[in-house]
Write a protein that binds this ligand. Structure first.
Ligand code: NDP
Ligand code: MG
Ligand code: MG
Length: 330
């Protein structure tokens, strides 16, 4: 098993002489900046003026500075902007403000792994990647607990990169739960694969295909919605809390028998082959190339696919049924 790092493995004092610039104040930025600050770290928030998050950072008691100014003032610069804008902002506002011995930090490896950002050799480059959205990272921290995180070192110029990553992970509360070491390649490729094959792409298509099969065969859309979408949460919650075996103990024997015999027919050899191909595209950079190109030309395919799917029957029936269940999500 991979080694897990806890509070006693990390030394916050390493950050006591260093200023940390958090660039961006969105999902991760607001959470990591506030958690670090509450851990006694000297944080400066770097933002473009006039954007939405500027006001939020201001309200939260930071004095947001222009990005170049924050990068210049700091010893550690963490980029928490959307992955698709990081390269441009880095080149225009950050690169010239990195000094020898500084650290450049990420929460996802995309731009480093696919060589979009090529940092100078005399800075540390590492990752601190909490395994949760920002609002959860903040809430759990405020409850004196922590969200697990991954750390990875891409470039260790000072000899302290790993310890700095651990110190930052402690500052955001993650060593309370446990921190795992990975690499930029492993984090980036597994993240892209997971969201495409399983979490997002796989699950949404599975839901739609099940729904369409029922509706095409004359079953009512409302019944199909409950069966193929609404109930999914109940099953996923059980899997999340107790694993697949635990979930199977909670469902009926009939459901479990169906699960055991039908699953491999649905996610079959062909699906696994598709997963292999998808992983290959992630590994050889083809997916990254397509996505970056898509962004460069104004996201035509992204926008069209999103629009097409927004008006799918399952979305329409879902809006109606969810309005009958407003207690959901309490
Ligand atoms: P967000 O989309 O929430 O970032 C929004 C912030 O970026 C805002 O402060 C926004 O400013 C600023 N911003 C957006 N575009 C620009 C631009 N062109 N120039 C300057 N500032 C800009 O990002 P996330 O927090 O979701 O992601 C940050 C990093 O963390 C990414 O690398 C992501 O992969 C990683 N990550 C994200 C997780 C998540 O749950 N969201 C989980 C783990 C890692 P403004 O208000 O002015 O628009
Ligand atoms: Mg991702
Ligand atoms: Mg049932």
């Amino acid at each position: 098993m991979t080694k897990v790092f806890y509070n006693e493995d990390a030394d916050l004092n390493l950050l006591s002489e260093r200023k940390v610039a958090i660039i961006g104040y969105g999902s991760q930025g607001h959470a990591q900046a506030q958690n670090l600050c509450d851990s006694g770290v000297d944080v400066i928030v770097g933002l473009r003026q006039g954007g939405e998050s500027y006001q939020q950072a201001d309200e939260d008691g930071f004095d947001p500075r222009p990005i170049a100014e924050a990068a210049e003032a700091a010893d550690i610069v963490q980029i928490l902007l959307p992955d698709t804008v990081q390269k441009q902002v880095y080149e225009e506002k950050i690169a010239d403000n990195l000094e020898s011995g500084n650290a450049l930090v990420f929460s996802h490896g995309f731009n480093i792994h696919y060589r979009q950002i090529v940092p100078p050799e005399d800075v540390d480059v590492y990752m601190v990647a909490p395994k949760a959205p920002g609002h959860l990272l903040r809430r759990v921290f405020e409850d004196d607990q922590g969200v697990p995180a991954l750390i990875a070192v891409f470039q260790d110029s000072t000899g302290q990169a790993r310890d700095l990553a651990l110190a930052q992970a402690k500052g955001i509360g993650s060593t309370r739960a446990g921190v795992l070491k990975t690499t930029f390649a492993e984090e980036t490729e597994s993240d892209l694969f997971g969201e495409q094959a399983v979490l997002c792409g796989g699950v949404t298509e599975l839901i739609r295909a099940g729904f369409e099969t029922l509706v095409d065969n004359g079953y009512s859309p409302e019944i199909a919605y409950f069966e193929c979408l609404n109930e999914l949460k109940l099953i996923v919650d059980l899997i999340y809390e107790q694993g697949i075996t635990g979930m199977r103990e909670s469902i009926s024997d009939t459901a479990e028998y169906g699960d055991l015999v039908a699953g491999e027919d649905i996610i079959n050899e062909k699906s696994r082959e598709a997963m292999e191909n998808l992983l290959e595209d992630v590994q050889n950079g083809e997916f990254a190339k397509r996505w970056l190109l898509e962004n460069r030309v104004g996201r035509p395919s992204y926008i069209q696919r999103r629009e097409n799917q927004r008006d799918h029957q399952i979305e329409k029936v879902g809006r109606k049924l969810r309005s009958m269940m407003e207690w959901q999500g309490d």
